[in-house]
Ligand binder design. Structure first.
Ligand SMILES: Nc1ncnc2c1ncn2[C@@H]1O[C@H](COP(=O)(O)OP(=O)(O)OP(=O)(O)O)[C@@H](O)[C@H]1O
Ligand SMILES: [Mg+2]
Length: 301
């Protein structure tokens, strides 16, 4: 996103002085672990506080695309993230202004727009992305090319992933440096917390594979762990309490403030609206605000 007079970009959003934004990657090989909810809530809260960005939806389930205002009908004839992988469109041709529903239908007045935030929409064919990369080795470089040709001034790339570690995920994660952030967003359930070990293993594999490479940073690192759906005065499930204890005993060094449970959170998908806008006073919305302040996204003047 270019402005007419180039904005001064804070150095923390350009790790090692590079020209493309800081990347936050929401990933865990565990379905329904709250990756998309955390990704969209943080991106929207960040934009509201003055931090511009683009949200990439890499998941064929299109959750993030929908929460930020687009479905198959509104995307008919438009380019998607798959065009970026195939090299048939540029980032600026694919990214759409993030928005949310305020009425029925598909006319422009059915939506309100979120200033400073774009979304790279997914599509159901993203399920074929791993095969597309396997068929043509050059395609593995699609994200590297996108980053190296970037000349905008956004602060953050927010990346929402599917619950799997395939070639497409690798093509993105290998471009992360230690100054970026891999964020597993984990539901407070002991079963889900156990999925962290394979994620650490996968990131270690990526670091090891790229250790001697010079053209690829190859250092994806977990700096924050988000635990969601934690107990409240009325939500006191034993597994949620056990999961908090487990996460505290194993990962206290990276745990961010908890995101408490709300039975209403599932409405995001029915209403096409991100949590901070749909339910601004809910426990999780309050907690995402606290989390954002805690990781340095204080409101800009
Ligand atoms: N704080 C919360 N409290 C209770 N439920 C929540 C909370 N945050 C998210 N949820 C619900 O958990 C479910 C899974 O969330 P979400 O879709 O964000 O997970 P995901 O990891 O992206 O899933 P997938 O792997 O299918 O893409 C949704 O129904 C969502 O509304
Ligand atoms: Mg998701």
């Amino acid at each position: 996103m270019k402005t007419q007079t180039a904005r001064q970009i804070e150095t923390r959003f350009r790790p090692r002085g590079r020209r493309y934004p800081k990347i936050y990657a929401f990933i865990l090989e565990c379905g329904g672990s709250t990756k998309s909810t955390s990704c969209t809530s943080m991106a929207v809260e960040g934009a509201d506080r003055g931090y511009t960005g683009t949200v990439f939806d890499f998941d064929a389930n299109m959750s993030t695309t929908r929460i930020l205002g687009y479905d198959e009908t509104s995307l008919k004839g438009r380019k998607t993230v798959l065009d970026l992988i195939h090299g048939t469109a540029t980032l600026d041709e694919v990214a759409l202004p993030a928005r949310y529903r305020i009425g029925d239908g598909y006319d422009d007045d059915a939506f309100a727009y979120i200033p400073g935030l774009r979304v790279v929409p997914s599509c159901s064919e993203m399920a074929s992305a791993d095969t597309a990369i396997a068929e043509d080795a050059d395609r593995q470089d699609w994200f590297a090319e996108l980053l190296l040709s970037y000349d905008g001034d956004e602060d953050v790339f927010w990346c929402d992933f599917p619950a799997s570690y395939g070639r497409m995920v690798y093509s993105v994660l290998r471009m992360l440096d230690e100054g970026d952030s891999v964020i597993p967003s984990v539901k407070a359930d002991p079963k889900d917390v156990q999925y962290l070990v394979p994620l650490f293993t996968e990131l270690e594999r990526i670091r090891e594979k790229n250790r001697l490479r010079r053209s690829v940073p190859g250092r994806p690192t977990i700096n924050h762990l988000i635990l969601t759906g934690t107990p409240t005065p009325t939500y006191r499930e034993a597994p949620a309490r056990r999961a908090v204890q487990l996460a505290e005993s194993l990962y206290s060094d990276i745990l961010t403030p908890y995101i408490r449970y709300s039975g209403d959170a599932k409405k995001l998908y029915e209403d096409w609206c991100p949590l901070p806008i749909l339910l601004p006073n809910s426990y999780p919305a309050v907690d995402y605000r606290k989390l954002m302040t805690g990781i340095g996204f204080t409101r800009r003047d």
